[in-house]
Design a binder for this molecule. Sequence first.
Ligand SMILES: C[S@@+](CC[C@H](N)C(=O)[O-])C[C@H]1O[C@@H](n2cnc3c(N)ncnc32)[C@H](O)[C@@H]1O
Length: 340
Amino acid sequence: MPDRTDVRDEPAARAGAAEETGGPAEPGGTHDTGEQEQHGGADRPPQDGQDTQTRQHVPADQPGQAEQPSGAPAAVYTHGHHESVLRSHTWRTAANSAAYLLGELRPGMTVLDVGCGPGTITADLARLVAPGRVTGIDAAPGILDRARSVAAERGLKTVDFIVADISDLPFPDDSFDVVHAHQVLQHVGDPVGALREMRRVCRPGGVVAARDSDYAAMTWYPGSPALDAWLDLYRRVARGNGGEPDAGRRLLSWARQAGFTDITASASTWCYATEEDRAWWSGLWADRTVDSSYARLAVDGGHAREEELRRIARAWREWSTSPDGWFAVLHGEILCRTAG
Ligand SMILES: C[S@@+](CC[C@H](N)C(=O)[O-])C[C@H]1O[C@@H](n2cnc3c(N)ncnc32)[C@H](O)[C@@H]1O
């Protein structure tokens, strides 16, 4: 089972620096967790232990309006990094979350893992391409300490983590053989712009890979009106934050809009249907629903009252007790080859 060490909850991993409620940023603003920093970019990939600060896009002529280079509004990262969220993120491996990419990887390749979170997938990728170097970036500085610990525990010397935003990657053109993002595009305000930026830093003949869940396509048994309410609520909160919770089905379309022409689109699932898996999955969602930045955003955004959140959390726990319980999470996937 995953390690349960908490990382400070970081609701504001976002492009730019909007307030936690999705409101405008202070001019040049940092937010109240201190996690969002002003950042200028590096002009080359980082060396070991070198931390590159991330850029912030607050146009001088519009104080208080955070936006991305494309002009699209910045999004708020819905989940944050509460312990209940990290229970899920730290369970992830290259095998259970990036199988569609594994056939592309070769020793010696360089990989950028965008929105790497606690870095368990990043660390697996590092082992697969060693001695090639892997760089993980994330907009939330605190979670990168966790990622560095994961890499250190595994004795990895070929992986670096730096703070950066997907909308403005601090690397020169053509820097990496593979540029990967798992469960990130659903959280950004301009996923097409993000894919263009991922392509920019990918070398000609390289691969840009993304996988995202599709909330509307999640399905389960037995049915429960309160779990229907959970899904409806999550999708409203995520959209209110500027994201697209039904991203999986859109990845191919976004990649085409970003200008990719050689795209392999696929789908894969996570499925929880044993007593242990049901308890884990429902427990992390029950806890997340009442005690995480998602819960706070749901209430502060006027999407739900606390008693509604408690009702949904109870429904998750009740659902998990059914020996018939089965839950499937559908994901869309894209492998985009850059012109050689
Ligand atoms: C759902 S988590 C996925 C983490 C990791 N890829 C995984 O699957 O375990 C999404 C991550 O993207 C990061 N993120 C959100 N918006 C971002 C942005 N604009 N630029 C870079 N990272 C971002 C969040 O801080 C978070 O760690």
